[in-house]
Design a protein around this ligand. Structure first.
Ligand code: URA
Length: 250
């Protein structure tokens, strides 16, 4: 694959921009399969490389080639999951430009969030440009469990937990929604597992049992937990073992 096409596929701009970056000496390449290999400058836009396993260094930024992008973001509070936010900054501003510019076959460019979290919710958010992956993890029919750490205004008790597990009716739907699991952690903390993702679902379920959400954090999706070393606002690529965990129950 030509180097200009490789850069284009990773979201570094139009083919013309990518050719320019290469010709102006901004692009180094390295073969990941040979550990002793060094980054080498390549100024020929049409030079051919095997993209799988190729490490790019573009304008000083290291960028391992990914044919599909799968990333994990620790969403901080005060950010919106929309591309066009109304009040708070978009989560997409926390990602490097190439991830937001990657060309896709669909009408939208770049990676898309797997479902949405409210502006004040923190925690685990997946993004990808793989439509099937997004569908597998977000479709209510697939029942992928998501764990929320809920901080409540009023004390939690067993009666509330029983109702959440039995199912509560939300205003827009006569069919009760239930928590797949619900555990009291302390007087104002619950860990609640949901397998669907209705609008404000946790907040509305907690309100339906007479309490109120003061803080909400998503700590787990499927078999994968939010890594402790990923600080709010940080992102990282999902590796093969993460994808096995995420796909194992999806
Ligand atoms: N449920 C909510 O109420 N808000 C979220 O952000 C996620 C689940």
């Amino acid at each position: 694959m030509q180097l200009q096409d490789i850069l284009y596929s990773q979201g570094f701009g139009t083919r013309r921009v990518c050719a320019g970056l290469i010709q102006q000496g901004w692009v180094f390449v390295r073969d990941a399969s040979s550990p002793d290999a060094e980054y080498v400058l390549c100024t020929e836009a049409t030079a051919d490389f095997e993209p799988e396993g190729l490490l790019l260094r573009v304008q000083g930024v290291d960028w391992p080639f990914h044919s599909k992008a799968y990333v994990l973001l620790h969403k901080p509070a005060g950010t919106e999951c929309s591309q066009k936010p109304s009040t708070y900054p978009s989560i997409y501003t926390l990602l490097p430009l190439p991830l937001r510019q990657r060309p896709t076959k669909s009408a939208v460019q770049g990676v898309q969030a797997v479902g949405r979290l409210d502006q004040d919710t923190t925690g685990m958010l997946l993004l990808s440009d793989d439509g099937q992956f997004i569908h597998r993890l977000s479709s209510p029919k697939k029942h992928v469990p998501k764990v929320y750490q809920v901080t409540t205004k009023h004390p939690v008790d067993e009666a509330q937990v029983s109702k959440l597990l039995a199912g509560v009716v939300l205003d827009d739907d006569p069919k009760p929604v239930r928590a797949a699991n619900c555990v009291i952690v302390d007087s104002h903390r619950l860990d609640m597992t949901l397998t669907e993702g209705k609008y404000h679902q946790v907040k509305r379920m907690i309100a339906a049992v007479g309490n109120r959400v003061e803080g909400l954090h998503r700590s787990r999706i499927g078999c994968m937990a939010l890594p402790e070393d990923l600080a709010p606002g940080q992102w990282r690529w999902l590796d093969a073992s993460d994808l096995v965990l995420l796909n194992s129950n999806a």
